[in-house]
Design a protein around this ligand. Structure first.
Ligand SMILES: Cc1cc2nc3c(=O)[nH]c(=O)nc-3n(C[C@H](O)[C@H](O)[C@H](O)COP(=O)(O)OP(=O)(O)OC[C@H]3O[C@@H](n4cnc5c(N)ncnc54)[C@H](O)[C@@H]3O)c2cc1C
Length: 411
């Protein structure tokens, strides 16, 4: 079956990057056909609430929608849900869908996101062992956790693992985390700052078995009963979540001959190695014009910024993705925002403004005398100032940086 249609803009992937790109195309005045091909069954949604307020039952469906479901028909954007794109023919400018349709395109955006990494731990297929990425995963887990009393073992102590752990604990479940780092989150923010999050978890009764991984997930009659850590600790469990990172969904691009390496390789305007095909969001490994290095960001703000830049590039505008990377997390009563160039923080000095003990502070990473990243915890409305400091690339007085009496704008 093939379909005769006027080519237009086709977006593969109904996540935040894809939805933002569609909205930007319309905002920029594009009036031709826009089609989103989404293999999930829902209207495009965003994921951050899935491990936080939505999982906790504090936020509803509205929190998931970057644009209301009515926005798409109102703006003449066709959303094909529940159907995957299965092949691209870059020469013919067509995309094949699982159901057999062939869509022509003028420009094609690949916003296919990422999938939880699967490690073949013995017992990983037992009933009660989950990964976590989708709205359906969150609804399933919410149902299991909401009344408390479960024993949850989380394999992985990164951002997602820590967020789900906090929510599960707040709902009255017993929670234990295994993780490869001595201190959770230390690869991302260093041991001193990772310890702030770990301590808050421990105070709430979360247990850590660190550093360790799972030697085996054990079960009885097909159902999970526990996890044995690589350090020999036996942890009874009726729920196990494997949260050990994600891998970018590159198969479609790779099969079509696009250059891939830790994601789909794109330039700063998000163009892939094939003409008229772009990539954005978690799947894109983009050249950053400021750092001159490639980075594949797995964060919400990058999906939005990338969706916008991709749409503008599709329209022939001169757009580059040069935003300072940003992300946030919420765990218990810790609210955090981070912006900066993670690649430049290695070996940087950490300057603290405020107090780690009171958990109200800004941490700055200072390399070569300039601020390359900043993270505010339970301190608000400072992101613009932090980004201005990073963006200015000026040499800073670190004593002034550490002194809350001096306004950030005056440093
Ligand atoms: C639980 C959770 C919590 C998070 N919390 C935060 C947070 O607090 N802060 C933060 O900054 N970031 C957070 N993130 C990360 C953020 O959600 C991602 O960076 C963002 O979702 C990336 O958007 P995307 O559109 O690139 O990809 P995705 O959201 O993964 O969307 C891609 C879509 O494309 C679909 N797809 C893939 N292949 C095909 C195909 N062949 N055909 C059709 N469709 C296809 C996928 O199924 C998916 O629906 C969180 C992520 C998760 C999972």
């Amino acid at each position: 079956m093939s379909e005769q249609r006027q080519p237009g803009m086709v977006i593969v992937g109904g996540g935040l990057a894809g939805a933002t790109a569609a909205a930007t195309l319309r905002e920029e005045g594009y009036t031709g056909p826009v089609t989103i091909v989404a293999d999930e069954s829902e209207t495009p949604y965003q994921r951050p609430p899935l491990s936080k307020g939505f999982l906790a039952g504090k936020e509803g469906e509205d929190a998931l929608l970057p644009y209301p479901a009515s926005w798409y028909p109102e703006n003449n954007v066709e959303v094909i849900t529940g159907e995957a794109a299965t092949a691209i023919d870059p020469d013919a400018h067509t995309v094949a869908l699982a159901g057999g349709r062939i869509l022509g395109y003028d420009k094609l955006l690949l916003a296919t996101g990422a999938t939880p990494r699967r490690i073949p731990f013995p017992g990983v297929d037992l009933d009660g062992v989950h990964t976590f990425r989708t709205r359906a995963d969150s609804i399933r887990l919410k149902e299991l956790l909401k009344d408390g009393g479960h024993r949850l073992v989380m394999i992985g102590s990164g951002w997602i693992g820590m967020e789900i752990a906090a929510t599960a604990r707040e709902l009255g479940n017993e929670v234990t985390l295994l993780g490869l780092e001595e201190v959770p989150l230390s690869v991302a923010i260093g041991a001193e700052l990772g310890a702030v999050f770990a301590k808050r978890h421990e105070e709430a009764g979360v247990r850590f078995v660190l550093p360790s991984s799972a030697a085996a997930i054990t079960g009885d009659d097909g159902k999970v009963t526990g996890v044995t850590s690589t350090t020999g600790v036996v942890l009874p469990a009726d729920l196990v979540i494997v949260a050990v990172g994600v891998v970018p969904n590159i198969a479609l691009a790779e099969d079509a001959g696009l250059a891939v390496e830790n994601g789909i390789l794109v330039d700063a305007s998000l163009r892939t190695s094939k003409e008229d095909i772009l990539a954005a969001g978690d799947v894109a490994n983009a050249m950053h014009p400021i750092t001159g290095a490639r980075a594949r960001s797995e964060h919400w703000a990058n999906a939005i910024a990338g969706g916008k830049v991709a749409a503008r590039t599709m329209l022939g505008q001169d757009a580059v993705l040069d935003d300072i990377p940003y992300f946030y997390t919420d765990q218990f009563d810790l609210g955090m925002e981070y912006s900066g160039y993670a690649a430049l923080t290695k070996g940087a000095d950490i300057v603290i403004r405020g107090s780690l003990e009171s958990r109200e502070f800004i941490a700055f990473w200072v390399a070569g005398g300039r601020v390359v990243a900043g993270m505010n915890v339970n301190v608000w409305d400072v992101q613009e100032d932090i980004k201005a400091l990073i963006g200015s690339a000026r040499t800073v007085d670190t004593r002034a940086l550490a002194n809350p009496a001096i306004a950030l704008g005056d440093i």
